[in-house]
Design a protein around this ligand. Structure first.
Ligand SMILES: NC(=O)c1ccc[n+]([C@@H]2O[C@H](COP(=O)([O-])OP(=O)(O)OC[C@H]3O[C@@H](n4cnc5c(N)ncnc54)[C@H](O)[C@@H]3O)[C@@H](O)[C@H]2O)c1
Length: 335
C-alpha cells in the first residue's frame, strides 16, 4: 500500500486531499497541530498526529517507522491580512520551519515532495493571465513566506535524491455536502466565506478596467486541487523531475458576477455596499493554466460557479443543523 504524509491535513484543502488519496487506496499519516484546522476523517487508512511539523524528532520518527515515500506539505498560516500584522509568525511557521525539515528530508525515505504554494507570490498582473514564468513580487508577508520556500526548494533539491512538484494554488472555493467537507474556518476573508456567512456584502472597487468594473479573480474547486495533487504524484512516478505549476481554473469571475450568481441560489436578500478600491488589490488575477492542463491532464471541471455556489450553500445549511460544529472537532465518515 502506498503511503503519504500530509501536513496540514486537518485544514480546508487538506481534508479534500485526504479524501482523494484515501479513495486511491493510500495509507495517510496526517501531521497537524490543529491550530487552524480540525477536520478528521474516520477511515481505517488514515491516522492523525497532533504536533507541529517543525517537531523534527516526531516527524522523522514517523517517516522512518512507516518508511513513507511521499510528503504533501500543506501546513501553513494562510491569512494575508493577519500576516501583515504578524510577519515574523508567518515567516517562522511557513518558511523557517519548512526549510528546517526540508534540509533533512534527503536523509529519510521520502522520495517525492508536493508543496502547496500560492498565487500570492505574484504581484499585479496588468490584466494578463499569469503563467509559471510571470514575475514574482508578493505583496504580503504570507506571499513572501511561500516564495521563500519555492526559492529554497529550487536551489536545495537540485541534484538530490528527492523530486518535487510545486502547485501554486489560486483562490480555492467550494464544498462537498455529501462528505461534509468545506471551509470550516470562518475567519478567512475569502469572497465565498463572506457571502455564505453574512447578509451584507461590500464590493471594493467598481472602476477597474474589467468588463463590469469589479475585480476579477480565479476560483478553483478543492476537488480539482486534490486531483492536481494526486496527478502530481503519478507524474513524479513516471518522470523523475522537479516542476512548478500554476493551479487555477483560468476562468475569470468578477466580484459582481459572483454576487449576482450567489443571490440566485438564496431566498433572503443580501445588502450590497459599494466601496472604493482597497490599496494593493489588483484588478485581475487569473491563471494561465495551459501547462498544468497539458502535463497533468487536468480539466478543472468542478471549478465553475454553478457547482461552487450551490454546494457551499447546501454544506452551510447542513452545518447549521449540527450544533457548534464550527468550533468543535469535525468528524467525517467516508466508506
Ligand atoms: N485556501 C486557499 O484559497 C489557498 C490558496 C493558495 C494556497 N493555499 C495553500 O494551501 C495550503 C492549505 O490551505 P488551507 O486553505 O487548507 O488552510 P487551512 O488553514 O484550512 O489549513 C492549514 C492547516 O495547517 C495546519 N498548520 C498550520 N501550521 C502548522 C504547523 N506548524 N504544524 C502542523 N500543522 C500546522 C493548521 O492547523 C491547518 O489545519 C496552505 O499551505 C496555503 O498556503 C491555500
Amino acid at each position: 500500500m502506498k503511503k503519504v504524509i500530509i501536513t496540514g491535513g486537518c485544514g480546508y484543502i487538506g481534508s479534500f486531499i485526504c479524501c482523494k488519496f484515501l479513495k486511491k487506496n493510500f495509507k495517510i499519516f496526517v501531521v497537524d497541530n490543529n491550530k487552524k484546522g480540525n477536520v478528521f476523517i474516520n477511515h481505517k487508512n488514515i491516522k492523525y498526529y497532533n504536533f507541529s511539523f517543525g517537531n523534527k524528532k516526531k516527524l522523522f520518527e514517523l517517516i522512518k517507522k512507516n518508511n513513507i515515500e511521499n510528503f504533501i506539505h500543506l501546513a501553513a498560516y494562510i491569512d494575508s491580512a493577519e500576516s501583515v500584522k504578524r510577519p515574523e509568525m508567518y515567516m517562522r511557521n511557513n518558511f523557517y520551519l519548512t526549510k528546517d525539515i526540508f534540509l533533512e528530508l534527503p536523509k529519510t525515505s521520502i522520495k517525492r515532495i508536493f508543496f502547496a504554494s500560492t498565487a500570492a507570490i505574484f504581484g499585479l498582473s496588468n490584466n494578463k493571465k499569469i503563467g509559471e514564468k510571470y514575475s514574482t513580487s508578493p505583496k504580503s508577508p504570507y506571499g513572501k513566506s511561500k516564495l521563500n520556500v519555492e526559492k529554497f526548494m529550487i536551489k536545495f533539491f537540485k541534484g538530490k535524491n528527492i523530486n518535487y512538484i510545486i502547485l501554486r494554488l489560486f483562490n480555492v472555493a467550494g464544498a462537498n455536502k455529501k462528505l461534509m467537507l468545506g471551509p470550516y474556518n470562518s475567519k478567512y476573508n475569502h469572497i465565498f466565506n463572506k457571502l455564505i456567512r453574512n447578509k451584507k456584502f461590500e464590493i471594493y472597487g467598481t472602476d477597474y478596467l474589467t468588463q463590469d468594473g469589479s475585480a476579477v479573480r480565479d476560483y478553483v474547486h478543492p476537488e480539482d486541487v486534490a486531483e492536481a495533487f494526486f496527478k502530481s504524484h503519478n507524474y513524479l512516478l513516471k518522470e523523475r523531475i522537479n516542476d512548478i505549476f500554476n493551479c487555477g481554473s483560468g476562468k475569470p469571475f468578477s466580484v459582481k458576477k459572483v454576487v449576482k450568481n450567489f443571490t440566485k441560489y438564496i431566498n433572503y436578500k443580501i445588502q450590497i455596499v459599494y466601496k472604493k478600491r482597497r490599496v494593493g488589490d489588483p484588478a485581475y488575477i487569473l491563471a494561465d493554466n495551459k501547462k498544468i492542463k497539458k502535463k497533468l491532464k487536468l480539466s478543472f471541471k468542478n471549478s465553475k460557479l454553478s457547482k461552487i455556489i450551490p454546494e457551499l450553500i447546501l454544506w452551510k445549511k447542513a452545518l447549521k443543523k449540527r450544533k457548534n460544529l464550527e468550533t468543535n472537532k469535525t468528524m467525517i465518515k467516508i466508506k
